[in-house]
Design a protein around this ligand. Structure first.
Ligand code: NG6
Ligand code: CA
Length: 526
């Protein structure tokens, strides 16, 4: 790990010569100037839909802390995640490169090797180069270690987030429904229990270990509705097999507490210097198993209670910043990695208890889908020192632009070829401009690349079932080209035949992006 880090920063230093003196100065301290740089926190929810927050129209769940955050800043109503599932979405967010350019960015297994490689420039690098302390806390889902399936979970991982710009990490390798069910801190299993060595496999079970499939009687906390029938941890069936872990194994009901505690710890530790924190909550991904304190907070059962728990996490962060006198100059961006899903594989009664709650708000479908519900997400920007409260903006924005925008905010120098798809749209992000991105790209689970402008949504033809079995979600996949007039949010009437000119223009956008891919060499393919 050391070696990689040294090489990495060695290489980076030469690519970034003009910035090095400034960085050195910042490190040695010029606390006054330096401290004026805002702290930046991205609170990134998992599978939280456009309609899941009270301040975005939800009535069957209370989200007072998120509502207050929205009141203190801007509610952004036209923000798009890069993809309709987690790994490609997060890949794009953290590298500023569309996932479709980079093989191996589909939903990652818990034993995937690092998908973002040390040679790549990341959002964390941008902050680090500007003198920030950087951290990733919570859900990762972008691989760990240098090679797929070859991690030794009992030792220091040879490659981890320290190699891609994060000074500190406390993360779940993938998702709560995937093994290994342990937190990783600084490249090592947190709270490691030497008496219970960890083994992980995505191909076969370990002898004598129970599985959800063979031992359903052991699923005392949650049963599966589909999938999730491999190893059992904490009475919940998972995807993937694992053995061992002992006291390092998480208890699902404590995950939000652990994540919040580490986030607050990082804030406290870095109160004297600018910091960047990528705080990726486990909520509201499955298995939804919030702490007892949140049980019954919503009539929607575990999914609603997980939203309440997410809201609590937001409240914890905001009050800690206030307590430390850091709130005014901290930019908080809250959003989600993809659209919502109700039944994502556990019998948590989410469908049954949904009532008239519309997780994707007025938009059609949800997670995985080509329809808007797959990628349009709630978003809030709050920075009391610079951004006036009580605003709303419906400017079209993609999360792909956050890297270049935040990089420009903190004066990071972006090495040539880095973040190739990220545009500096800081003004729009901060509500100072209302300029739309000309178009945004949205990647569905089957890799369909839809194009969205303010007025239109184009979904190219693709193969696949009309309904994604399991979640029962409308995929939007069709062998016909689809064009929707987005002045009516619910994509209902395909008007592609009436507007061939628009279809042509939208196709040209994707074509242009794909061609750009052909001439651009991703650092990884060197
Ligand atoms: C699916 C899982 C789903 C969820 C998703 C990834 C099954 C049946 N479904 O394969 O539960 O884990 O992957 O979600 O296993 S994401 O938000 O992390 O992309
Ligand atoms: Ca997700």
């Amino acid at each position: 790990m050391k070696k990689t880090s040294l090489l990495r920063y060695g290489a980076m230093a030469s690519a970034l010569l003009p910035v090095v003196p400034a960085l050195a100065k910042a490190k040695k301290g010029n606390p006054t100037t330096n401290r004026q740089q805002p702290n930046v926190i991205i609170i990134y929810a998992d599978d939280l839909g456009y309609g899941d927050l009270e301040c975005f129209g939800a009535t069957r769940v209370q989200t007072p802390n998120v509502n207050a955050l929205a009141r203190s800043g801007i509610r952004l109503t036209n923000v798009h995640a890069i993809a309709a599932t987690s790994t490609p979405s997060r890949y794009g967010l953290l590298t500023g490169e569309y996932a479709f350019r980079h093989p191996g960015t589909d939903i990652a297994r818990g034993n995937a090797g690092m998908i973002i490689r040390p040679e790549q420039f990341t959002m964390a690098d941008a902050f680090k180069n500007a003198g920030y302390a950087t951290a990733a806390i919570g859900k990762w889902h972008l691989g760990l270690g240098d090679r797929d399936g070859e991690q030794d979970w009992n030792a220091q991982l040879p490659m981890h987030l320290g190699d891609i710009g994060f000074d500190y990490h406390y993360i779940m390798a993938a998702t709560a429904d995937r093994t290994p069910c342990v937190f990783i801190e600084q490249g090592h299993v947190a709270n490691y229990d030497a008496s219970a060595p960890i083994e992980v496999s995505y191909t076969q079970n370990f002898e004598g270990e129970p599985t959800g499939k063979e031992n359903p009687e052991l699923l005392f906390n949650l049963k599966a509705s589909h999938g999730h029938n491999q190893s059992i941890v904490n009475g919940i069936g998972r995807i993937g097999y694992m053995k061992g872990g002992g006291r390092a194994l998480w208890k699902d009901e404590n995950i939000a507490d652990s994540i919040a505690a580490h986030a607050l710890g990082f804030i406290r530790e870095h109160r004297e210097e600018p910091f960047f924190m990528y705080l990726a909550t486990n909520d509201v991904h499955v298995p939804r198993f919030p702490h007892d304190r949140f049980r019954g907070k919503s009539p929607m059962g575990l999914r609603g209670d997980a939203i309440a728990q997410f809201d609590w996490t937001v409240g914890q962060v905001v009050s800690e910043l206030e307590r430390l006198g850091l709130r005014q100059n901290t930019l908080i961006i809250l959003s989600s990695d993809n659209g919502p899903v109700v039944d994502d594989g556990y019998a948590d009664r989410a469908v049954e208890l949904l009532g008239d709650h519309r997780p994707a708000g007025p938009y059609r479908s949800g997670k995985y889908s080509t329809f808007e519900g797959g990628t349009i997400v709630p978003a809030i920007v709050s920075w009391p020192k610079r951004v006036k409260g009580g605003q709303e903006s419906d400017a079209l924005i993609s999360q792909i632009d956050w890297l270049a925008s935040l990089g420009s905010l903190v004066g990071a120098r972006m090495p040539k070829g880095s973040a190739p798809d990220s545009q500096n749209r800081l003004g729009t992000l901060l509500g100072e401009e209302k300029e739309d991105r000309p178009y945004v790209l949205e990647q569905a689970a089957n890799h369909t690349l839809s194009v969205r402008t303010r007025e239109w949504k184009y979904i190219p033809p693709s193969k696949g079932p009309a309904i994604i079995s399991g979640p029962g979600i409308e995929s939007g996949y069709s062998r016909e080209p689809q064009l929707y007039d987005m002045r009516r949010p619910y994509e209902q009437e395909n008007v592609s035949l009436q507007h061939p000119d628009v279809v042509f223009r939208m196709q040209a956008y994707t074509e242009q992006e794909r061609n750009k891919g052909a001439s651009y060499t991703s650092p990884i393919s060197k």
